[in-house]
Design a protein around this ligand. Sequence first.
Ligand code: FES
Length: 191
Amino acid sequence: MEHGEQVRLLKELRQKLDDGVNVDAGIMLKNPASTYTCPDMASKEWETFFRDYPQVIGLSGDLPEPNSFVTVDDFGVSVVATRDEEGNFKAFLNSCRHRGAMVEPARKGRKKIFSCPFHAWTYSTSGDLVAIPEPEHFGEIDKSCHGLIELPAVEKYGFLFVHPKPGGVIDADALLGGLAPEFASWRCSML
Ligand code: FES
């Protein structure tokens, strides 16, 4: 937070302490109980805010070096996020392109390849399908078309943003609204 804004807020708080008052909305708001119990609203909320909305899955420091990874299962699909060999932040559906088995069950770690536990198709941290053991069992396969399905991923202000849908859009500055400079000042990329 900028120093001037810190000083302004602290002065405002101190004044409230001196005056013995608190901050409130000035009115009493009522919320119907159905807001918390309606299954239709819960379903809409899940679809809108979790399945179809950019999510912060961690900080840059959660992927500290090339070939480190984390997995997340909070959005209805399993996601594997990586820092690839070149240091780029990437995210993919954690699902093999052969029969959909989860390719990486661990929460976090470091490895150069993800090997599917079913038939050992192997993917790089860039999501490329790099090896198919005993390829004669699978027929003619163009490996360049069968990498892990990539998800939109943006690393900004030290935060890792992922959209759980392949065609989703991430505009980190729009998401943060006027708070982008605030987030930048936290220097989370240094953590
Ligand atoms: S399901 Fe992954 S290799 Fe067959």
